[in-house]
Structure formats: C-alpha cells, structure tokens
Design a protein around this ligand. Structure first.
Ligand code: PGA
Length: 249
C-alpha cells in the first residue's frame, strides 16, 4: 500500500509548552498506519517535538534551513543540526518564505541539495498567485518553480512536492476539486517530463476536517500540507480521518 502523507505547518505558532501539550494530547488519539504524519514546528520548539515524538509513529522537521550547515550566517537554521536533533524533513520554498524573505527558485534549489546530501527529505512547496491563475499563467509558473527548484535534485533520493495555491493559503478559500485535479495532473506531467515520476504531490491551502475526504479522493493527491487546521488536535485528527477513509483498514 502506498502511504499517504499528512504534514502540519505550524508557522510561527506555539511555544515549547504548547508544543508538548499538543503532542501529549495527540498521542491519546488513534492514527491510521497508512499515513506518514510529519509536524513542522518553529525552530525554538524542535527539542520539545523530539522529546515528545521519540519512539512514536510521528515525524517532525524544520520549516526552513540554510544552504550551508555551519558558519557565519547569523539567524539561520542548520539542516545538519536538524538531523542531529532527530528531524527527518525540511520544508522549502513555502510561499511565505518566497514572499516575505524574497527566496528565489535558485536559492531554494541549493537548499534542496543541502537537505538531500544529508539524507533528509525536502518538501518543496510551489503554487501560483491569484493574478497568475487569472492570467492563465499557472502552469508556466509551476513549471519554472519545479524545474529550477529541482535542478540540483538527486533522482535517487526522497523528495516530496506540495502544491499550495497562494490564494488558498490561510484564506478559507479552498481550491475546487476540479482545480486541484487539473493542477495536480499538470504537476504530474512536469515531474514525468523532467524524470521525477514517483514524487508524491500534496495539496495545501485551507484544508479542513470537512473538506479533507473530498480532496483526498482527487487523483494524484498523495496527502496534505495543513496550516491553520493543524494547530488543534481535534481538527488535525479530523483531517487525518478524512485522508484515511480512503485507505483500507
Ligand atoms: P492553511 O496553510 O492550511 O492555513 O491554508 C497551509 C500552508 O501554508 O502550508
């Protein structure tokens, strides 16, 4: 059975005490074994995540890292230290990083290489703005983000893609099933064309417990990257149930 992936992007939310409380509550719930569940807490909470998740079925990772593992780079996060602490995944290219911290596709490609060189799993986020969608530029934009973003990628190593239309992030405006289906199939074509046919593609953007099941049934949707609705155990568990309803028990 191909596993589904459920990832929680906590952004700049929760302190160590809240992180621990969340995981203690989470561990009381039952999760389907066919789902790989990954949490992305903020960097100041890695230690709390590792302490609570060690020996469980859950994984954690970082929301960002730098291209270098050490040196004079004030304020940056070392992927190597993430690995040493027990993290397994690193998000790169989230639209908030692209928008507020001006990260380019080339810079993101370098980060991806650093992550893969450490045998950690990069989760590359891509997605178009509303203006791009309305101008009919979605595929062109995704093509560039994916081609440049993966230009230094190792085909033999693990990698996850997350499609997050910017206009659906944190807005409550979820993409329709038809939009998700069409765009995921375009992404699949791009990945096939450049030699990455087996990369799982997650959908992200206002995923909630009440739309998870419908979105999970869309072809080429391998799981979700969830922001707001991942901050409460109850809503996150609801999404996990929506995703697992399509898996055999
Ligand atoms: P959202 O965020 O679920 O709150 O829309 C998704 C994301 O930014 O990863």
């Amino acid at each position: 059975m191909v596993k589904k992936i459920l990832a929680a992007n906590w952004k700049l939310n929760k302190n160590p005490t809240q992180t621990k409380a969340f995981f203690q509550e989470l561990k009381k719930q039952t999760f389907h074994s066919g789902i790989t569940t990954i949490f992305f807490p903020s960097a100041t909470c890695f230690e709390s995540a590792q302490t609570e998740l060690l020996g469980t079925q859950f994984f954690w990772g970082a929301q960002n890292c730098y291209t270098q593992n050490q040196g004079a780079f004030t304020g940056e996060i070392s992927a190597q230290v993430v690995k040493e602490m027990g993290g397994g995944y690193i998000l790169i290219g989230h639209s908030e990083r692209r928008q507020y911290f001006l990260e380019s596709d080339e810079f993101i490609a370098q980060k991806l290489k650093t992550i893969q060189d450490l045998n950690l799993v990069p989760m590359l986020c891509v997605g178009e703005s509303l203006e791009q969608r309305e101008a009919g530029l979605t595929v062109e934009h995704l093509n560039k983000q994916i081609q440049v973003g993966l230009s230094l990628a190792d085909k033999g190593k693990k990698l996850i893609l997350a499609y997050e239309p910017i206009w659906a992030i944190g807005t409550g405006r979820v993409a329709t099933v038809a939009q998700v289906q069409e765009t995921h199939s375009e992404i699949c074509n791009i990945l096939n064309k450049i030699g990455f046919p087996d990369v799982p593609i997650l959908y992200g953007g206002s995923v909630k417990a009440d739309n998870a099941k419908e979105l999970a049934s869309v072809k080429h949707v391998s799981g979700f990257l969830v922001g707001g609705a991942s901050l409460e155990v109850s809503s996150f568990t609801g999404i996990s149930q929506g995703l697992s309803s399509l898996l055999s028990q």
